[in-house]
Design a protein around this ligand. Sequence first.
Ligand SMILES: [Zn+2]
Ligand SMILES: [Zn+2]
Length: 262
Amino acid sequence: MKTNYHTHHELCGHAKGRVEDYVKEALRHGMSDLGFSDHAPSRAIEDVRVRMKYSDLPVYVAEVRTAQVKYRDKIQIHLGLECEYFDTNPAYYTELLSEVDYLILGQHYVHMRNPRHGLLSSFSLQHPDEVIRYAKSIENALKTPYFNLVGHPDLYMCGYDRFDGAAEEAAYIICEAAKEADIPLEFNANGMRRGKVKTSTGLRHPYPVEAFWHIAKSVGNKVMLSSDCHKPSLLHDQVIEEASRWLNDIGLTMTTHLNYKR
Ligand SMILES: [Zn+2]
Ligand SMILES: [Zn+2]
């Protein structure tokens, strides 16, 4: 069974390809399900070339819905979006969910220690206190009914050197919250495509980070492998095969279908 629910679109400004390009690639690989989850537009976060514009949301929705009908005999196409969670505006999520079927939580930012000072990129967290804030933002998101999958939950390790006590505490906060909410954690192949980074304990992918996944295994989380492709040719590449082997070696149980009821 080949499925992928984390697929981007050129509308976000840093991906290549449109819906049909990804659908054709999925058919080439005999996939049964393809879910689109491009970066949701946002009024709160002003980062250019990271997300689609509000005016492009209807374009995206129409393109995916059209493909759903056109290819319905060949493949199941799902319509989602990827977005951050900030508890300041719940209406934002209900508004997005009136357009799409599911949301992937992609916590690319966390609040600074003082929220009034703005946001910090989750790709470059360096202090124990920051990784805990990252984990708590995910815990808070999972107390809401908005999300169906936790995208790259171990993203906090991207710029963080060691899997120390804070990293472990963050992992437990995230894994236990996901278990409690019965939401799968995503094992993100795109982190592997970023190559390896040098840390004081050796070379490793920025994410996924193995120590995190041993904790997910001990907590008993559901795990979903995603491509998080930003280019059609990456939808089902060698990295996906490598990631599946890695998941098997760790002994994680994979879930292949996303539960959404809307
Ligand atoms: Zn992206
Ligand atoms: Zn993504």
